[in-house]
Design a protein around this ligand. Structure first.
Ligand code: TPP
Ligand code: MG
Length: 314
């Protein structure tokens, strides 16, 4: 069964109004936003190697889910995972050191932006790889730590991977505590999802008898309130697909945005950042400048560290 969470309309603005956030939620949203902007700036200056995918525009998804997940839960992330990591650990220094290959890196600097492992957290840049692994961990949790769940983030484009369906099949059959979070930003690299996906995510979940929730809202409080009971049911062995209709604000990776100016403008108009600044200017400005300064401080401090060292024997 599909249930939809649609945003409440603010009649004055003619679009959804965002409710006022708790200070720590706003701080976390802004930490992720400025972390991602700082990464693009560092790449632009040639100070970073390799690649990265920012979650600009999608920060509110892991922030909304944060208190619904506990320390015994496992989180599986994907190539666009900095927000997932920061919402779980708040550790901007460790993540930036990982991406920059500096001392203090979460994985000794060998994982980089996409392959991060830390207690109860694993990300991968290989699309679809995480879902079967998450299903296996969900089975393990059901047997050894009842009440805990495995949460896995995937994109809309990742529904082209067969492993996703094998995992959903077993999740339904074995009643696994598996929460699949789909960040549907309508595009996979340069391919609009409407051009490559027949049917819907909801229809795919229904084919396995798995519950599906569609979240159109970007209001952290509202999302959390609506999802709390559904996530509690996952812990009892009722797998769930939660599909967020969201917007990728930036390029796929660093400078590779193939979208039309209209599509980019639509993403900007939906951006929670500008909307929150409009709806709650005093609150926004009290935290925005300090968050930017904090991230710049993290970048300066991490850049000055010596290179990270990693040994398989350590
Ligand atoms: C198995 C595999 N095939 C191709 C890629 C290259 N790739 C990286 S991200 C991406 C698009 C992913 O789209 P989506 O799942 O919608 O996530 P989004 O980037 O929109 O967050 C592709 C094709 C990959 N990482 N893994
Ligand atoms: Mg996508």
């Amino acid at each position: 069964m599909t249930e939809t969470l649609v945003p409440a309309l603010d009649p004055a603005a003619g679009r959804p109004g965002l409710s006022r956030l708790a200070d720590d939620d706003l701080e976390l949203l802004l930490l992720i936003r400025h972390f991602e902007l700082e990464l693009l700036r560092l790449y632009g200056r040639g100070e970073l190697n390799g690649t990265t995918h920012t979650c600009l525009g999608q920060e509110y998804v892991p922030v909304a889910l944060r208190p619904l997940l506990g320390p015994a839960d496992f989180v599986f992330s994907n190539h666009r995972g900095h927000g997932h990591y920061l919402a779980r650990f708040g550790d901007a220094h460790g993540l930036l050191a990982e991406i920059m290959g500096r001392e203090g890196a979460v994985c000794g600097g060998v994982g980089g932006s996409q392959h991060v492992h830390r207690d109860g957290y694993l990300s991968t840049g290989v699309q679809g790889e995480s879902l079967p692994v998450a299903a296996g961990v969900a089975l393990h949790l059901r047997r050894t730590g009842p009440g805990a769940l495995a949460c896995v983030y995937i994109g809309d484009g990742t529904w082209g991977e067969g492993a996703v369906y094998e995992a959903l099949n077993l999740a339904a059959l074995w009643r696994l505590p598996l929460l699949v979070v789909v960040e549907n930003n309508g595009i996979a690299q340069s391919t609009p999802t409407a051009s490559q996906m027949a049917g819907t995510v909801a229809g795919r979940a229904a084919a396995f008898g798995i519950a599906h929730r569609l979240v159109v809202s970007a209001d952290v409080n509202e999302i959390r309130r609506e999802l709390e009971p559904a996530v509690a049911r996952v812990r009892e062995g009722r797998p769930l697909v939660v599909e967020f209709v969201t917007h990728r604000l930036g390029p796929h990776s660093k400078g590779d945005d193939t979208r039309s100016p209209q599509a980019i403008r639509a993403a900007q108009e939906n951006d929670w950042y500008g909307r929150y600044a409009h709806d709650h200017p005093e609150h926004f400005h009290r935290f925005d400048g300090p968050a930017r300064a904090r991230v710049r401080g993290v970048a300066d401090e991490v850049a000055a560290r010596p290179p990270s060292r990693w040994s398989p024997c350590a």
